[in-house]
Design a protein around this ligand. Sequence first.
Ligand SMILES: [Zn+2]
Length: 389
Amino acid sequence: MFKIEKKGKSQMKSINKIKIFKMILKDGPISRTDIEKTLKLSAPSVSRIVESLIKEDLVMEVGKEDTYVGRKPISLIVNKNASYIIGINISKSSIYICITNLKSEIIYKDTLSIVAINNADVLLEELDKLITASINNAQINKDKVLGIGVASRGILDYKSGTILKLKKGIEDVDIKRFLEERYNCVIMVENNTNTDLIGEYLINNKLSNNKKSLIYIYLGEGVGGSIICNNQLVRGKNNLAGKIGHMIIQPDGEECYCGKKGHLEAYCSKGAIEKAYRDKKGDKDASLTDICKMANVKNEICVDIINNALNKIAIAVSNLLVVINPDVVVLSGEIFDYYEDALSILKNLVKDLAFDIKLNDIDWVIRSKEKMMIEYSATALIMDKVFNV
Ligand SMILES: [Zn+2]
């Protein structure tokens, strides 16, 4: 449906077809004349492509009927339900799935627990069953699935689309090939933190602001990160760029789970902050959310603990600002969801550390953990792959 032909005139035609469809998708209702002007294409070629899009049921005409004040101009809109995208997010404990239409509206979602699963073959079988059940429950036709975007935790070989290690017992999951054999559509596999940032970039950012460089720090059970620089995801030679959790922020400091010392994760992961509380309070336990809530009512120990974590995050952000000089800093973590002053404190700390005031010319974005849907961001991987020509 949106395949790009390999050579010559038909290649140009197929690229123009995608461009025209994308324009109607983004700006519709839109007239043929406006498409011609914006894309600098001739009237006959726009008209020919539009006719084929209408024939394929991808585009519809609106405003055709005569009214008493005269004839309304005919505009084009997409048939948003002509095609669907499936997004999947694989975490340690669950698989999350959602299905969107071409307008990126969620039409179905579901979750499957994988706590009891401990080998790759069973995982793939269960994933296949979940996708099939979701397609059936959403009452859509399997042939109308444009693509499946898969985000996963763990270490990936993104080129082959293999999850090298998801968790204990689940290794070398050849997920891309498995899905390609079963579904006749585009399959994309990407690390979950990268997917989340790409989602922020494509869905929330690019269409409205067109920001070029973004850095992302994700604080959870572990600390992750991702970098988009000049509209490109930064992977590095061995796909290790942007592993911000292992940035040194305190030489010879606390031990990180990787075995080395002084990394960001050793201070700012959920477990590290909860341990800091336990160390100060004898053996008393509190969850990170509770620590944030106690800090909100000025509990001194909790304010101290959170501020200490924010200090370390500020060092990491400052170092990244010097390297990337980004437009946007994206943050996610319970600290930012539950501690009311977190962002303003962090902004001030970063401001104090910057060697040049212009480095602080940044948009700050918090991705709320509660609203976060990495499976939804995974659908953006497919939209970008298919329509970014
Ligand atoms: Zn480390």
